[in-house]
Design a protein around this ligand. Structure first.
Ligand SMILES: [Zn+2]
Length: 406
């Protein structure tokens, strides 16, 4: 018999989702665990925070796309005529699938996506984090939890997309077959709450039903692990929360009213809660800067915020200017939702209550404690290293939550 650390990345699990009624398993587990709200790093891609303890500018991440025509994997897209952008949803989806298939012939990165970027602009953009979370080089120049496991020759089970369906049912099935000694670590990405939260909002009946369903599945994985291993460390973490959308911001309309030409004067990408701009003319910088400054429902990220959120990249690939929507505001249409707006969204300021996620660590090495103060998501990395008895890399000076509570 052996010890295992199970890490469940419960996508979009808000810190206040736990209740006796809808999540009886997690509620009872909480009474013997360390639990607290966790503050994700800024943006949409906080994986490097919990897997390697990194800020966005250390990981060179934070958004799915960046402006990088030289390294764009979508060079093929320039052959698609402009009218393809006007096609209805289904035929466009088919073209996007075919395009991805063609791109994959020369690029095997698992996290490739076109989102809903117009075909003729795709060759201007690349994806900064195309590698799988467990692949070497996920955080170039830094070691992730999987790099450390690799170094120690410790076996792990990895359940995440695109190879595996990120549902609780698929995770349970896989755990039943694969969760056995000598595994030292298991990673499950479970996406049920993200999809339901986007479609119906974080306060809906649908999310309560989904929570009960996920809770039941997690209890099965937990029981199974305790039967097969002598010691189980069980970590549940949401990568962000979910906020009800109650206002829409039409940035596209504002831009099209300006006497500027896209590609010649500027480039932009709308990531639901962020509008990011690259300027190629003084006039574009001035006119767009003025228009966005006057757009109620958000603000342009300041120098102080760049310092606080660690967005001081040595390049401008994430944008010359970033407009961030206030919690509850959704930029629509955007390059992820073009047909209808979502009811719930994340990607707001890390300080927003609903953007914060759940962290629960159950292990005989932690004392029961339910903290109200949020902890930084980067501290999950040294805490998981601690559970695995692996030393953190020398350049990581973050304390583990097992020994040093806030
Ligand atoms: Zn989401």
């Amino acid at each position: 018999m052996k010890s295992i650390t199970i890490f469940v990345m419960l996508d979009a699990c808000r810190h206040d989702y736990i209740s006796r009624r809808h999540t009886p398993f997690l509620h009872s587990l909480q009474s013997s665990s360390l639990s607290c709200p966790v503050k994700p790093t800024f943006g949409f891609e906080p994986d490097a925070a919990y897997l390697a303890g990194l800020y966005p500018d250390q990981a060179d991440g934070g958004a799915q796309f960046w402006y990088n025509p030289k390294d764009s994997p979508f060079k093929l897209a320039r052959f698609l005529p402009k009218w393809t952008n006007k096609l209805p949803k289904i035929p466009q989806k088919i073209i996007r699938k075919l395009l991805l298939k063609a791109v994959r012939l020369s690029n095997s990165a698992p996290n490739l996506s076109t989102a809903w970027l117009p075909f003729h602009l795709l060759n201007q953009f690349a994806l900064p984090m195309m590698n799988g979370l467990d692949q070497p080089g996920f955080c170039p120049g830094h070691k992730s939890i999987f790099d450390l496991l690799r170094e120690q020759n410790l076996p792990w089970l990895f359940h995440a997309g695109p190879d595996y369906r990120v549902t609780i049912n698929a995770a349970c099935k896989r755990a039943k077959v694969k969760l056995h000694p000598p595994l030292a670590f298991a990673f499950f990405h479970i996406g049920n709450l993200d999809g339901t939260g986007h479609a119906f909002g974080p306060h809906s009946d649908e999310i309560q039903t989904e929570l009960s369903h996920v809770d039941h599945g997690l209890s099965k994985i937990y029981r199974l692990a305790n039967k097969r291993f002598s010691n189980v460390n069980f970590v549940i973490m949401g990568d962000h929360g979910m906020i009800e959308v109650d206002h829409l911001l039409n940035v596209k309309e504002i831009l099209s009213a300006l006497p500027l030409s896209l590609e010649k004067d500027y480039m932009y990408i709308l990531d639901s809660t962020m509008a990011r701009f690259w300027f190629f003319s003084k006039q574009a910088k001035q006119l767009i800067g003025h228009a966005m400054k006057n757009l109620q429902g958000g603000h342009i990220i300041t120098k102080d915020e760049k310092d606080t959120f660690h967005l001081n990249y040595p390049h401008n690939r994430f944008g010359d200017m970033i407009y961030l929507a206030n919690p509850g505001y959704l930029i629509f249409p955007n390059h992820y939702q073009v047909h209808r707006p979502e009811t719930g969204m994340h990607g707001y300021s890390s300080n927003a209550y609903g953007q914060q996620a759940l962290l629960l660590i159950n292990s005989e090495r932690v004392k029961h404690q339910q903290l109200k103060t949020p902890v930084a998501m980067r501290r999950v990395f040294p805490s998981v290293c601690d559970l695995l008895d692996i030393s953190v890399p020398v350049d990581c000076n973050l304390p583990s939550l097992l020994t040093d509570l806030p």
